[in-house]
Design a protein around this ligand. Sequence first.
Ligand SMILES: *[C@@H]1O[C@H](CO)[C@@H](O)[C@H](O)[C@H]1NC(C)=O
Ligand SMILES: *[C@@H]1O[C@H](CO)[C@@H](O)[C@H](O)[C@H]1NC(C)=O
Ligand SMILES: *[C@@H]1O[C@H](CO)[C@@H](O)[C@H](O)[C@H]1NC(C)=O
Ligand SMILES: *[C@@H]1O[C@H](CO)[C@@H](O)[C@H](O)[C@H]1NC(C)=O
Ligand SMILES: *[C@@H]1O[C@H](CO)[C@@H](O)[C@H](O)[C@H]1NC(C)=O
Length: 265
Amino acid sequence: MFIFMILGLLAGIQAQGTPVFVQTGTDLLLEVQEPVVLERLNVLTWRVNDSVNVVKLVYDIETVVSESYKSRAEFSAQNHSLLLKNVQKRDSGVYRASVSGDKEITVAEYSVTVLDPVSGVKLTVKLCSSDSTKVTVICSTEDSLISSTFTCDNQTCSHEGGERAEIITPGASLDVYLENGSVICNHSNQVSSTRDIQKIEDLCVKPIEISGVGFSIYRLKIYVVSIGLVIMMCAVISVHVVEKLKKKKLTTTSPPTILCGEFDH
Ligand SMILES: *[C@@H]1O[C@H](CO)[C@@H](O)[C@H](O)[C@H]1NC(C)=O
Ligand SMILES: *[C@@H]1O[C@H](CO)[C@@H](O)[C@H](O)[C@H]1NC(C)=O
Ligand SMILES: *[C@@H]1O[C@H](CO)[C@@H](O)[C@H](O)[C@H]1NC(C)=O
Ligand SMILES: *[C@@H]1O[C@H](CO)[C@@H](O)[C@H](O)[C@H]1NC(C)=O
Ligand SMILES: *[C@@H]1O[C@H](CO)[C@@H](O)[C@H](O)[C@H]1NC(C)=O
């Protein structure tokens, strides 16, 4: 039973055809892999997932590209290749070309996976020992991160260990390694890769600290000046209003402080 399952799995994998990875938005050319000999009324088809017809050629009568593929698929009558333009992720699937005459022969089979390019990657220093001989870096992407520790002895560094968080993007890999005195963080999948690179000797150089105290004093100054301005304006307006009211010999008593109350909000 178990063996049959394994055999079934293997057969399933084999039946998938040549793996092809292609980046979203690019064009994909699928060529026939076996020589094609067509006789009158033989039918050559390109199908996806054994269910969707892309193109159908009835030799030597007519070639029909399916309605949903008309604007984005090109079929070569000469060599029977199929060009899919601007592929999207939903175009992933098993593409099979077959010729049916007396019997059906498969002449091409591809397992196509359309992938987005990987996102950018960032290398940051998490820990630096006081003597700078041990450094832990974090290599992170939008949805995963990996940390890695290197022990350095003057110019030579070695990888000591690390841990990784689960990579959510399927098919992508995230790697951090040493090369030529630099730490390289590499995010890649079958169609693209991004990297961040930093020299080992630059990793433990602490950036010149912008004084936090200086910053808060600057802020405090702004606050003080603004509050002062508000109070001054309030005073001016109050005096002005009081004077006006006095001149008009007011009938109602509306205290000018309300104005300041409003101003404060
Ligand atoms: C088949 O035809 C297409 C379209 O004309 C062309 O791009 C491709 O290179 C051809 N393939 C071979 C093997 O000649
Ligand atoms: C083929 O099947 C796969 C998996 O079931 C699906 O994701 C894909 O969209 C299908 N492709 C087409 C063109 O229908
Ligand atoms: C590392 O460098 C220091 C000074 O530059 C030197 O004294 C020491 O011997 C070096 N250590 C090794 C293992 O090379
Ligand atoms: C290592 O760095 C040196 C100098 O920067 C450069 O000449 C050399 O090509 C680099 N080697 C590799 C394998 O990157
Ligand atoms: C990144 O890693 C992948 C897989 O490990 C590798 O194929 C690719 O060449 C690397 N890219 C760079 C720029 O080092």
